[in-house]
Design a protein. Structure first.
Length: 323
């Protein structure tokens, strides 16, 4: 008989700090780029009403093993249920027995933001003080938290459809000047870091006039035909990704300009893990802009799941279930 630890969203929030999550992403990406992970291609199961993703991985260094099952069912909103939902299952590396089930929504928000925060730490100017955020959904607060964890942000500008969610998010932020921008141009004017966490299929701002030194992060679009960051940014920027193979399969922000002949596949300059491991330099590396494109990888889910589980075991958090 084995025991399974079940951790809710609220418990996850209380257990993981953003600084620790960013460090966990650095370890995960370092192993990924060094070839020290087992990460099969994720399986996608599509039905008439939604999509389910199955994402397994194992990180060699600490023997972290698990799988995320995540679903996107847009019709759930009409049922008063979350459109995006799922769990992360952490497995014992020696026995294969299930050790924990963790609510995946919060974990995904944390690991996605932590990856973006790591990219900001490695690629942006150290004195970056103005942050522009496109999107005000569940991802946005965590993204803001991650950027503020690594840079001395003094001003946050937020853009959302209709503006109401942007105003609510701005009002909720403490210790920083925050406001809802009326237009994309107003948001990016003078911004040091620009973060996009939308599901837009077309670019959410004009990047042609961004001044040299601006860092752009795209974590929202996740399918080959979706493009929340314009081709002009990709053309001007040093492009960094989590994993080249995944990006070239799923990152519409890169694939759309590739299909148009604006850039070639070798536009990807480095993986985050290559920079973590010292195999590629930090910063812009001679380019005008820096652009981190995220599509999400299973190693992130397993790494953050294992980190939260360690803390839960130390504090005896969650609920134990006999199997």
């Amino acid at each position: 008989m084995s025991r399974l630890r079940v951790l809710s969203r609220a418990e996850i929030v209380s257990l993981v700090a953003m600084d620790d999550a960013i460090d966990a992403m650095a370890r995960a990406f370092g192993q990924l780029s060094a070839g020290r992970v087992d990460m099969p291609v994720r399986t996608v199961m599509t039905s008439g009403s939604g999509i389910s993703l199955f994402m397994p991985a194992r990180l060699e260094a600490a023997g972290e093993r698990g799988v995320k099952v995540a679903s996107l069912f847009p019709g759930n909103r009409e049922r008063d249920l979350p459109a995006i939902n799922g769990v992360v299952l952490v497995l014992d590396d020696e026995t294969g027995l299930p050790k924990a089930i963790l609510e995946a929504g919060e974990l995904t928000a944390v690991r996605t933001a932590a990856a973006a925060g790591l990219a900001v730490r490695l690629l942006s100017r150290a004195n970056s003080r103005v942050l522009a955020v496109f999107g005000a959904g569940a991802q946005a607060p965590r993204q803001i938290e991650a950027v503020r964890a690594v840079r001395p942000i003094e001003e946050v500008r937020i853009v959302s459809k209709g503006g109401e969610s942007a105003r609510r998010l701005a009002a909720s932020l403490e210790g920083v000047e925050a406001w809802a921008a009326a237009t994309p141009a107003e948001a990016v004017d003078g911004a040091d870091v620009i973060v996009a966490v939308t599901t837009s299929r077309t670019p959410v701002f004009d990047g042609a006039r961004l001044p040299p030194g601006t860092h752009v992060s795209g974590s929202g679009s996740f399918q080959p035909e979706m493009q929340e960051i314009g081709s002009e940014v990709v053309e001007r920027a040093r492009v960094v990704v989590e994993d080249r193979e995944s990006a070239l399969e799923e990152a519409g922000d890169l694939l759309v300009p590739m299909r148009a002949g604006v850039v070639s596949p070798d536009v990807i300059d480095a993986e985050l893990g290559e920079i973590v491991n010292g195999e590629a330099p930090e910063g812009a590396a001679g380019r005008e802009l820096t652009f981190f494109k995220s599509v999400g990888t299973a190693v992130q889910d397993v790494a953050i799941g294992a980190e939260v589980l360690r803390r839960a075991e130390a504090e005896d958090a969650g609920r134990l279930v006999e199997l």
